[in-house]
Ligand binder design. Structure first.
Ligand SMILES: Cc1cc2nc3c(=O)[nH]c(=O)nc-3n(C[C@H](O)[C@H](O)[C@H](O)COP(=O)(O)OP(=O)(O)OC[C@H]3O[C@@H](n4cnc5c(N)ncnc54)[C@H](O)[C@@H]3O)c2cc1C
Length: 396
């Protein structure tokens, strides 16, 4: 059943990247989880970039051995990385989410300056949309961007929150309002801001229940000035840039959910086949069979939806033609991750809630934000239902 949608080349890539991550990431996972060791995260990003794996999505710059690199392979990378450590996966997924609009919309000089180091693993990226008053709904964004005609510079003021890789990233893409006379969707612009820009600061990082090692915090922009050429795409078209990356991000998150779900499931299966209870293996009890069967079905469903969406993207579909499928992949896969993490803890009993006996409790904490980030489950359901009922406008 596994890998039903994947070609020979994709399957070989999975083994290659699994081997690579087992060598480079696995030995550092404990330091990442226990000490939130950024140096360990950064060192794996560097080798990943050096090996060309950050370029899988970008066919024009990819120089590796795959004949048809694409989202399928970036999703396999995401799944295999999340299997070992979801915090690390979040860090590289965020860097890729920053690379994606840079690749599509930046001027050649800006690409050379900021995209190249990102894809080579020498820099880390961050994307800044969320604000204290703005999450799922971007209307009401308070960050303001204006163009100083005399200096030929963009001037940015605002506060962003829940920003992954904040304070650690080298490159930030900031969304803000350039025209407050129209709706935010029509008056929003995206600008590239390097980390060392005067006025950019990181007042605090949040403490989260999970994803330890992926830094998430606030980004303050106090009269931040960057040159005219740092504009992404066109003025007032930032909302389209944001929407343009959603399918890609949701499929990648499908991979992340799948990796987290599989890592929990493997622990549950192993425990149920070893642990004795009432004179039999735990795995021989019907109530445990039910949980194992449910996890198995949900993981396979998530896998089919995720790789179907990835394959559709790689065959040239995007935008509205992929919105339902990418949202289905993200919704089912991330809900599956939470389900599997929860059931695994249940099957492990006391061992599931301690830090002494394996990773079940970590996976349980790590899984929870998956249905909130990158378009919550509720937002994904709206997009799916909207496509299914084109004659009704959703009441958001
Ligand atoms: C770990 C983590 C990392 C993040 N990284 C980034 C990042 O790198 N960059 C960035 O810009 N943002 C980031 N975010 C922010 C994330 O995108 C937002 O948290 C998310 O969009 C939800 O916004 P919110 O938290 O403001 O919740 P809200 O939008 O206030 O929503 C709260 C709840 O209400 C539900 N809801 C909202 N509106 C409706 C509706 N109309 N109908 C039904 N239900 C609704 C939501 O689904 C959610 O369950 C991150 C968040 C977390 C937790």
């Amino acid at each position: 059943m596994r890998d039903f949608l994947l070609e020979e080349e994709d399957r070989a890539f999975r083994l290659e990247i699994r081997d690579f991550l087992n060598r480079e990431l696995a030995p550092r996972c404990e330091a990442i989880e226990r000490n939130e060791d950024w140096a360990a995260v950064k060192s794996v990003i560097r080798v990943l970039g050096n090996a060309g794996y950050m370029k899988l999505m970008f066919k024009d710059v990819y120089k590796g051995s795959l004949k048809h690199p694409g989202l399928t392979h970036a999703t396999i990378l995401s799944e295999e990385a999340a299997y070992l450590n979801y915090a690390f996966e979040s860090t590289i997924a965020t860097a890729l989410s920053c690379a994606y609009p840079l690749h599509a919309h930046a001027a050649p000089k800006i690409k050379e300056r900021y995209l190249t180091p990102l894809l080579e693993g020498n820099a880390v990226g961050s994307i800044c949309m969320t604000e204290p008053g703005v999450g799922s709904d971007s209307a009401g964004m308070e960050t303001r961007i204006h163009f100083d005609e005399k200096a030929r510079e963009w001037v940015i003021n605002g506060l962003k929150r829940y920003i992954s890789n904040s304070s650690k990233a080298d490159i930030y893409i900031i969304w803000g309002i350039t025209d407050s006379e129209v709706s935010p969707q029509k008056g929003m612009t995206a600008i590239v801001v390097p980390a060392d820009t005067f006025g950019l600061s990181f007042p605090r990082n949040y403490r989260f229940m999970g994803r330890r090692g992926c830094v998430v915090g606030e980004v303050t922009l106090d009269n931040v000035r960057v040159p005219e050429e740092n504009l992404l795409g066109k003025v007032n078209k930032g909302f389209n840039i944001m929407l343009g990356a959603f399918n890609f991000e949701r499929v990648i998150l499908g991979g992340a959910g799948l990796g987290v779900a599989r890592s929990a499931f493997d622990i549950a299966k192993s425990h149920a086949q070893k642990r004795n209870s009432f004179g039999q293996k735990l795995g021989q009890k019907q109530l445990i069979w039910d949980m194992i069967a449910q996890m198995s079905c949900r993981i396979n469903a998530a896998e089919l939806l995720t790789y179907r969406a990835a394959k559709m993207y790689d065959s040239g579909l995007d935008g509205k033609s992929l919105m339902r499928e990418a949202s289905q992949a993200k919704l089912v896969s991330t809900e599956t991750a939470i389900y599997c993490a929860d059931r695994t803890v249940q099957i492990l009993g006391g061992d599931g809630v301690t830090k002494q006996f394996g990773r079940a409790e970590q996976i349980y904490r790590d899984a929870r934000p998956l249905t909130i980030v990158g378009g919550s489950s509720e937002m994904c359901k709206y997009l799916i239902a909207a496509k299914e009922m084109p004659e009704i406008k959703p009441n958001l």
